[in-house]
Design a protein. Structure first.
Length: 179
């Protein structure tokens, strides 16, 4: 009988502590996301500065405001291993595993700008990687279909895109062709 009461006591304690653990984890994630907002804004300003310095290539308008807004709204830290804000928003490519990288933020902005996508477009992206470029594009077009041949990249990319609510993105995998 005493053992049953002890088990009930442990169960009751666990029932009380579990919600507190969830709240603590959620608070930590929110604090990290708040820190990332400032670093993401600084990244967008760095992209603007690069675009101004490359006015002879991009023209005086630089990278479109629409693209910069999409970049500024996309949580790059969610698409890299470790989800570090300082790593995600630095002005450099970031390793994502399998010998691949997520492109430097300016390069993502430049590719997106040069693609000149419109809201009604459907985009085919070859090489999903982490899913970050697909997420940026998803803010600008009706639909993104992205293909990745490396399953250890395709699966987590599809998962994070789903978790973040990118319902207009489809991630497909296919086996690489034999050598």
């Amino acid at each position: 009988m005493t053992k049953s009461l002890a088990c009930l006591g442990v169960y009751a304690l666990m029932k009380l502590l579990l919600p507190l653990v969830f709240v603590a984890v959620a608070c930590e994630a929110m604090a990290q996301d708040a820190q990332c907002v400032h670093e993401r804004a600084a990244m967008v300003e760095t992209i603007r500065a690069y675009a101004r310095s490359e006015a002879d290539v991009l023209g005086p308008q630089g990278i479109s405001d629409r693209v910069l807004e999409a970049i500024g709204q996309t949580e790059r830290h969610r698409f890299i291993p470790g989800r570090s804000c300082s790593v995600a928003y630095m002005d450099a490519p970031v390793r994502i595993g399998e010998g691949q990288t997520i492109s430097q933020p300016f390069i993502v902005a430049l590719m997106t700008h040069l693609a000149a996508v419109k809201f009604d477009d459907t985009v085919l992206e070859v090489g999903t990687g982490s899913g970050y470029q697909a997420a940026v594009l998803a803010r600008l077009v009706r639909r993104v279909c992205t293909v990745e041949i490396i399953p250890p990249l395709a699966e987590p990319a599809a998962k994070v895109l789903r978790e973040l609510g990118y319902d207009n993105v489809t991630v497909s995998g296919c086996a690489p062709l034999p050598s």
